[in-house]
Each structure stands twice: as C-alpha cells, then as structure tokens.
Design a protein around this ligand. Structure first.
Ligand code: FB9
Length: 561
C-alpha cells in the first residue's frame, strides 16, 4: 500500500474526481470507437460526443431553443422523446427539461408518461476502497505484513483512523483479526481473506449491483453509507392534442379591437390559472363557527317575524333569573352547585318594588288560583347577583316590560351566553349559548307551541320532530324536543319547551287570557354536529385551534334552499 494518500486530502479527492471523469469520457469514446471502425453512422456518435464536449463548453441553449428542439424531436420521432436522453444530448439540466415538458403539456401541445428511475452512486470513500481495498482488508494486510506474531496495539493505533478504527472493527466483526489481551496486540485469526466489500463496490461501480447479495447491499448503503440511491423521473414525450412546432401566441385579454374585428373567434386565450393558493389569500377576518350558526339562527328567527331581546347583561339578579319564574328559593338549581354567585357586586341594586311584592306573594301564598310555594320568601336571596343560568331571565324582563308598556302580541328571541356551574365534559362547558324563542298572545295553546317549534326546526333541515313530556319549574306543560337529523341519520335531543305558568305571568300584570309559549336550545350542539366537531373544547375556549377558525367550512344552514 503506497505512502498513504489520506482520503481526506483535497489532491487525492481531486484526482479521484478527475479519474472518474476521464473514465467516463474514455468509456464514451471506447463505445464510439467500437462503432467507429465498422460503419459511417458511428461518425455521428463520435460527432455527438464531440458536440457534447463542445456544447458543454458553449453557451447553454435558452428555454425557447430547447423547447423548439424538443418539439422538433417530438415531431420527428414516433416513439416519444426520452427526456433524459434529450437533456444530455443538449447538455441541459434534466430538471430544466422537465419544466419545459410540463409547461408544454399544460397547453396540451405534448403529452408525457413518466417512469421512476434510480441509480446507486458510490461515495468518494467507496471509490477509494475500490482503489486501495476496504479498511478491514487493509488492517488485515497490515497485521499479516507484520508476520503472524501480532502487532502491539499502540503500534497498530498509529495507523490512519480508517484502518485502526473502522477497519479494525470490521475485521474483528468478520473474525479476521482479534485482540490478544495477554500481549495487548492485534493478531490474525485467519490466514487468508477475500475483500468482499471491495468486490461488491467494484460490482456496483461496474453497474452490476444486482450481483451483490441484497443483504450486503443493504449494509453497504444503510450501515456503511458507501453508496447512495439516487431516484429521479424520466419522461417520454409525444404529441399532444394541440401539438405544433410553435407555441400558439395566447391572448391575455379580450380587447374591443378583437370584438370589433371578430379576431376573438380564432384567437387562443391563456387559461386563467385559478390554481388554489395562487397568490396568497388576503388576510381577512374569519367568522367563528358558533357565530356562523348564530347568524343563521338569527336569520331564521327574523324570517319568522321574531325580534331580538337585549341580552347584553351576563350578570343578573337572582330575582329575574329565578324568582320571577316562581322558582322557589330552595330549588337545587339556585345553589352554588349549579349557579355562579358574584362576589362583587354581590347585591343587585334595583328591582321594581311593586312587582317584587307580587312575586314574593306568589312564592309565599300563591294567588290567581295557585297555592304558591308556601315558604318564607327572602329578599336578600333575590338580590344576590349571579351569572345568568339561562336567557329566560331576559324573557322574564321583556314580558314584565310588555305588561308595563301595555300588552300586545309579540314574538321574541334571544341568543347569548349563559353560565352553569356544571362538570365540564365532551359536550358541556361551564358556559354555552342559549337560543330561546318566546311567543305571547291571547289564547295560545300547546298546539301553537308544537307548531312554531316544527316551523323552527324545519328551517334547520329537520322536518321530523317529536315531543316528550318534561318538567321545568317555570313552564307547565313542558316538553323535551327531539328531531330526526338527516346527516346523523338518528333522532337527537334538540331542546326543551313549555308554556310559562300563570303564576309567572299574572304577577307581571299580563292579561289573564294571554299565554306565553317558549322553547330553548343551545348553539354549541348544532354547531358541533354541523361542523363535525366531537369535543366542545375544539369548538370553544382556550384549547381551541385558531387554525380551525381560519379554515372551517361554510355553515350548511340555509344553503340547501
Ligand atoms: O341544543 C340542544 N340540542 C340540539 C339542538 C339543535 C341541533 O341541531 C342540529 C344540527 C342541526 C342539534 C342538537 N340541546 C339543548 C339538547 C341537548 O344537547 C342537551 O343535552 C343539552 N342542552 C343544553 C342544556 O344543558 C344543560 C341543550 C341546551 C339547552 C337545553 C334547554 C334549553 C336551552 C338550552 C331550554 C329551554 C326552555 C324551556 C322552556 C321555556 C324556555 C326555554
């Protein structure tokens, strides 16, 4: 093994690269000369090679020239033009040719089929192993050259790393060499070895990688990283429906001259590149799915002639949230397990005194034929400020105002946040948006309630609705509402409803023959169903991904019409 050309000194490197290039050229010339001596055609091959050499030094062809030559070649060949051959023939970068092929195909001038290609490229190191033998073989050779007695380790370690470490490790693995602990020296374990690594690398270099056992090939590529797999695509190009040797000049605009001259009839217009993402989407506002459904619900109510109630007060007094609905003060819904009580301001600062008296009386002794709840009603309980548990509190305010202002039939709705101190789970947070519809008029019946609810849910695309008797402290009769959801293909609970009790309406001063029907549902449940959101935390709150606000689909509601 001559004086060591370490593989990392640049000269050696340069030599290897140059040797490769010369080898390739020699190979090309050899082929050319083989052809050369038995027919004229060979001259052209030699010519080509010469041209290649020449062209590689000449100015590269422009895109336009390459395109023209490609079209010419496509025209002249029946079997499709091979992109790689075309690229090397014109000393062009294959990737560049692919670009030209794709843009010609975009205007249907050519069509192409692609084939995946791969090749195994040997690394510099591998090429040096072919030259000088693998490090393990060289380690073996070195110890062998020192006679069978073994080489003291310190001396062995003086060898270049590739041999003393990589080589030694490999040779140990292959049980060619061993460490003799007693003498702390490297000894031979076998007499002869074959440098399989060098052999296999040589086979690869000669393009006979299929003769290398797959397992060995795998080690050389993945473990010893002596060869890299290069993959690329090659294209076979042939005439397209709009084939021509020249690109048709595509018109960008339809001008009045064209219209006047009629030239537009034969002109070829450039396709609009409506490619998604063409140009960056202007940063615009994105509507939260909940607000899309709220907007749709609002639309439905307004179309049904309802007007919206003012719900801009999350903090409500116990009086309006519970007492006006004649919900007794010891009712479980009124304790801290279900309701958030305000620390400050803890006490409400206003209530219409005359009306408070009537409500107190209804709670304590009843009236208008009702026995009331027969308990000592406490003003301080009613004055406690809470986060409203339902927008029905707002309905109570509006109905009281309606009586104050002089009754007239009306249809009201509210959509806003309500707060319940409940356990959070997949479908429940401590707050949600309640949707409520209220109709009040003389002589309204349960039938009217069922009717208006059917109308409402029909707008949501749910035409099959069923009612199940239920209980609410402030409505009698009350019904849970179920609807068949076409997309889910099943019945879902879609809300609750009822007729407000006279005990609630009469103390407000509403005429005896006025009935008030109402129903309620949430915004979150329909939104989760419509946007296919399984966990409410993905819809609302701190854990929600902003991205999902940016790319959520259109609200399906109201689209079907
Ligand atoms: O929203 C609910 N379900 C629903 C609604 C619409 C929908 O649309 C489909 C996609 C197209 C799908 C589902 N619910 C009401 C039913 C259930 O989800 C229920 O488990 C949860 N409810 C909430 C209360 O949870 C404690 C939803 C919320 C609800 C319930 C009742 C009322 C309001 C909201 C009410 C009332 C009422 C009653 C009488 C008088 C006035 C108001």
């Amino acid at each position: 093994m001559g004086a060591k050309q370490s593989q990392d000194d640049p000269i050696a490197k340069e030599n290897v690269a140059l040797r490769l290039e010369i080898e390739q050229l020699q190979k090309a010339l050899r082929e050319a000369s083989k052809i050369g001596n038995n027919n004229t055609a060979s001259n052209t091959v030699v010519e080509d090679e010469k041209k290649k050499v020449v062209s590689s030094t000449t100015t590269p062809l422009t895109e336009k020239e390459l395109e023209k030559r490609l079209l010419l070649e496509v025209e002249s060949t029946k079997t499709g033009v091979d992109s790689a051959a075309f690229a090397s023939k014109h000393a062009a970068d294959p990737k560049h040719i692919v670009g030209i092929i794709k843009s010609l195909a975009a205007s249907n001038m050519v069509i192409f089929s692609e084939t995946d290609k791969s090749r195994l490229n040997l690394t510099e190191e591998a090429l040096s192993f072919i030259e000088e033998g693998s490090p393990e073989a060289r380690a073996f050779a070195f110890v062998k050259s020192k006679g069978g007695g073994g080489v003291p380790l310190p001396e062995f370690k003086k060898l270049e790393k590739a041999i003393s470490e990589v080589g030694f490790k490999q040779a140990m693995q292959q049980k060619w060499l061993a460490m003799d602990k007693a003498t702390n020296s490297v000894v031979l374990k076998v007499e002869e070895i074959t440098d399989a690594c060098q052999k296999y690398l040589t086979l690869i270099k000669e393009g006979k990688k299929e003769e290398v056992p797959a397992k060995e090939l795998d080690v050389l590529i993945k473990k010893r990283k002596l060869a890299k797999v290069e993959t690329w695509k090659e294209y076979s190009v042939s005439r397209g429906p709009e084939f021509a040797l020249e690109r048709k000049k595509l018109e960008h605009d339809l001008t009045k001259e064209m219209l006047a001259s009629g030239a537009w009839k034969s002109a070829a217009f450039k396709e609009y590149t409506l490619v998604p993402g063409a140009g960056n989407i202007p940063a615009s506002g994105h509507v939260h799915p909940l607000l899309k459904v709220r907007r749709a619900f609002r639309e439905i109510f307004l179309q049904l002639g309802f007007s919206e109630m003012p719900t801009n007060n999350f903090v409500e007094s116990g009086f309006w949230n519970f007492d006006t609905l004649i919900q007794p003060q010891q009712h479980p819904a009124r304790d801290a397990h279900d309701t958030f009580f305000m620390k400050t301001p803890a006490k409400a600062n206003f209530a219409p005194e005359d009306y408070v008296e009537k409500v107190k009386k209804m709670h304590e002794v009843g009236g208008h034929g009702s026995v009331g709840h027969n308990y000592a009603w406490k003003r301080e309980e009613a004055d406690k400020n809470i986060l409203r548990t339902h927008t029905t509190a707002v309905s109570a305010r509006m109905l009281h105002k309606l009586a104050e202002d002089g009754f007239k039939p009306c249809k009201l709705f509210s959509i806003d946040r309500v707060f319940r101190n409940e356990a959070v789970d997949r479908t429940h947070l401590a707050e949600f948006h309640q949707v409520e519809g209220v109709v009040c008029d003389k002589g309204l019946t349960l039938g009217d309630l069922i009717g208006v609810i059917r109308q409402f849910f029909a707008q949501l695309g749910m035409t099959q609705v069923r009612f199940k008797p239920a209980f609410n402290p402030y409505t009698e009769p009350s019904m849970e509402i179920f609807a068949f959801h076409p997309m889910l293909g099943k019945w879902v609970e879609v809300g609750n409803s009822g007729m407000f009790r006279p005990e609630m309406l009469l103390p407000m001063g509403l005429p005896e023959d006025v009935n008030v029907i109402a129903w309620g549902l949430s915004l979150e449940r329909p939104t989760m169903i419509m946007f296919g959101i399984d966990n409410i935390r993905d819809l609302f709150g701190s854990k929600m991904q902003l991205q999902s606000v940016k790319n959520n689909q259109l609200c399906p509601l109201g689209l079907e019409k």
